[in-house]
Design a protein around this ligand. Sequence first.
Ligand SMILES: [Zn+2]
Length: 126
Amino acid sequence: MVHECEHFYETGRKCHRITKRGEALCPGHRPNPRRSLHDEPAFMREVAVLAEHLRTAGDDDLFCALQDALAAILPAIERKASRAGYLPFARASVVVCIAVERIIRSRERRNAAAANAAQQQARGSR
Ligand SMILES: [Zn+2]
């Protein structure tokens, strides 16, 4: 007995391609583990929710999320990447860490300058 693919198109028409023995779907309709996650609505919704959250998050929460994201990628990079593939990740990590440090230091300097200016203004108004 020949098995036909059980996939139905949006038009209601059935795919009539032959499947491998024991499989319900033809190779064209079998879920492809290598397909991009960006094709999956649930994944895209999750990413959109994260983006919306991060848009309104404070800088410190944003930096923490960035650090967490890099830390979450690291095991996969270490497991799968060649030396040539690992190097760009290591560079990106260093650039991100230094950029975050610079932003934090710059904010601290701005806050210190504002506090200093406020103190001098308070002394001047006495
Ligand atoms: Zn099919």
